[in-house]
Write a protein that binds this ligand. Structure first.
Ligand SMILES: Cc1cc2nc3c(=O)[nH]c(=O)nc-3n(C[C@H](O)[C@H](O)[C@H](O)COP(=O)(O)O)c2cc1C
Length: 172
């Protein structure tokens, strides 16, 4: 079975969680930024795990990304905008073309209204991937690091997903 983990990450926390999930899925799984997750890289995936940070209670918008690039005064470093938003990546998936399962995750504060996984799963369902589950991973400060133990949780969730998807993850 081919599995890919796709992420948007402005300060690297979501990318690191994606890497831990991929480790849990098995050695054949890869964590890809939305730029690396080209149609060719995703083709034939039977499991897509997609994740993003929660910003302003939702998936980051283009306007928020632009705003943060212009005013990253409070941030430890400028946001990494080298890859598209998860919103744009999801919008690029052809409707109904996929044949597989999906799971979604978000990095976020412990207490916050809203979230990103609902929107991610809805769009992946439209693209042909039935939902398998979702998970929240908690960040300590506004820009990281992740709370202690979150990477272990991510790895274990990857293992659970591989079992639930019912197959050995092979390189694809
Ligand atoms: C401008 C801004 C708005 C944010 N809004 C929220 C929010 O509404 N809810 C939340 O839980 N976390 C919020 N966060 C925290 C982000 O979720 C956190 O920065 C993110 O997990 C970092 O992931 P990354 O390093 O992969 O970019 C916000 C962070 C920033 C910088």
């Amino acid at each position: 079975m081919k599995a890919v983990v796709v992420y948007e990450s402005l300060w690297g926390n979501t990318a690191a969680v994606a890497g831990a999930i991929a480790e849990g899925l098995g050695s054949g799984a890869r964590a890809l930024s939305t730029a690396e997750a080209t149609p060719e890289a995703v083709a034939g995936a039977e499991l897509i795990v997609a994740g993003s940070p929660v910003m302003a209670f939702s998936l980051p918008t283009e306007m928020m990304r632009k705003g943060m690039a212009e005013d990253s005064g409070k941030a430890p470093r400028p946001p990494d905008l080298s890859h598209p938003s998860m919103r744009a990546w999801l919008a690029s998936l052809p409707p109904g073309a996929g044949r597989g399962r999906a799971a979604a995750f978000e990095t976020r504060f412990r207490w916050s209204p809203g979230g990103a996984t609902g929107a991610i799963l809805r769009r992946l369902r439209r693209a042909g991937y039935a939902s398998l589950g979702r998970k929240k991973f908690i960040i300590k400060g506004s820009y990281g690091p992740m709370r202690d133990g979150e990477f272990d949780r991510a790895r274990r969730w990857g293992e659970e997903l591989a079992r639930a998807a019912g197959g050995e993850i092979k390189e694809g």
